[in-house]
Design a protein around this ligand. Structure first.
Ligand code: NAD
Ligand code: UD1
Length: 331
């Protein structure tokens, strides 16, 4: 089956490409390299031992996208392409609404034109806003406080409306918790531009000596040690979750949390990273980061029951693989 992976050169899209190929799917990637590098194509070819079909196009470009659908008999789409920085979205809301909404709309129009009815969408736990964990798919979405989160909520609503109106349209909306780690080869992983906002890439860079210390944002939350708790999920488990979603797609709209169901505090993650990799991660305790919540973790029972999928890799493996990638990555 031919699957179009938009954003396939990015962090989660590249790992999902590997998982799809390992499961027998044929992958066509469309990515404009706005937040990734063409070297990922070569690295993916090394890992999968095959040549990849890659289009350097903007998914919001209707003609370019139609050309891809004309060249290949696309049977399903996994849509990763989009911008993902919460802080950048607050500074440049229009940039985020434009890219994340127009790319999704364009893609959906072209899918309709070419009668492609299988769609998997990258959403985020951020859509749960201030709901209290464990977060379940049945919860009503609350406002997300940032334009990035709003684009995810809006895309979810568009997809749900389309699924309701078209009998044969199947869509899986996957709400990711905190993806971390990298492929075991160390060839692909998360390589953020500039100073990372997210915890794991920052921890890796401190261990490598790129920064003197980690700033831990808040030690006075109502959590086991006062630091923020998140549901970290190994990106390879997350990638396999996409294959499970695609394999099990049925008509209508389906929402799934992809996490481990377990919370880990910032301090626990730092200690796990030191233990897994025999390195030191010095840190300072700082004030809370504005907009952060104390705890976020998934109820993962729906994905387990309906997709037969659970995350297998633990926090030590996440830390080990994140570090292997960081050591190989020379930028
Ligand atoms: P990423 O930035 O590494 O990958 C996104 C890819 O899409 C990049 O390669 C970028 O070049 C490409 N892209 C962006 N806009 C495009 C466009 N208009 N046309 C073609 N290509 C375009 O991000 P990621 O971490 O792999 O995230 C993938 C998806 O998952 C995003 O939609 C993101 O919002 C969502 N998500 C990510 C996280 C996370 O923590 N990484 C959490 C929840 C949801
Ligand atoms: C952030 C985004 C969220 C997005 C997710 C994955 C915000 C408010 N939320 O979530 O929408 O889906 O990334 O991309 O930006 N921390 C530190 N020091 C650091 C970095 C982080 O202590 O240098 C702490 C944070 O306070 C938090 C935890 O580590 O408690 C995880 O932070 P992060 O990796 O940024 O993820 P989220 O805040 O969960």
């Amino acid at each position: 089956m031919n699957i179009l992976v938009t954003g396939g050169a990015g962090y989660i899209g590249s790992h999902t490409t590997v998982a799809l190929i390992e499961s027998g799917y044929n992958v066509i990637i469309a990515d404009n390299l706005s937040n990734s590098s063409i070297s990922t194509k070569k690295n993916l070819e090394t890992i999968t031992n095959q040549e990849l079909t890659f289009y350097n196009i903007d998914v919001a470009d209707n003609n370019a996208l139609e050309n891809v659908f004309s060249n290949h008999h696309i049977e399903g789409v996994i849509h990763f392409a989009g911008y993902k920085s919460v802080s950048e979205s607050v500074e440049k809301p229009l940039y985020y609404y434009n890219n994340n909404l127009i790319s999704t709309l364009t893609l959906l129009n072209v899918c309709e034109k070419f009668s492609v009815n299988k769609f998997v969408f990258s959403s985020s736990a951020t859509v749960y806003g201030d709901n209290k964990p464990p977060l379940t798919e049945k919860m009503l979405l609350s406002p997300t406080k940032n334009p990035y989160g709003e684009t995810k909520v809006m895309c979810e609503r568009m997809l749900s409306d389309i699924a309701k109106s078209k009998e044969h349209f199947s869509v899986a909306i996957l709400r990711y918790f905190n993806p971390v780690g990298a492929h075991e080869s160390g060839l692909i992983g998360e390589a953020p531009n500039g100073i990372p906002n997210n915890l794991m890439p920052f921890v890796s860079q401190v261990a490598k000596g790129k920064h003197k210390k980690l700033n831990i944002f808040g030690d006075d939350y109502q959590t086991l040690d006062g630091t923020g708790v998140r549901d970290y999920i190994h990106v390879v488990d997350l990638a396999i979750g996409h294959v499970a979603a695609l394999d099990n797609l049925t008509n209508g709209v389906h929402y799934y949390n992809l996490g481990t169901g377990r919370g880990t505090s910032v301090l626990e993650l730092v200690k796990a990273f030191e233990r897994a990799n025999d390195v030191e991660v010095p840190y300072d305790l700082m004030d809370r980061r504005p907009g952060d919540i104390a705890e976020c973790y998934a109820d993962v029972s729906k994905a387990e029951k309906e997709l037969g999928w659970t995350a297998k890799r633990d926090i030590i493996e996440m830390c080990r693989d994140a570090w292997r990638f960081e050591k190989k990555h020379h930028i």
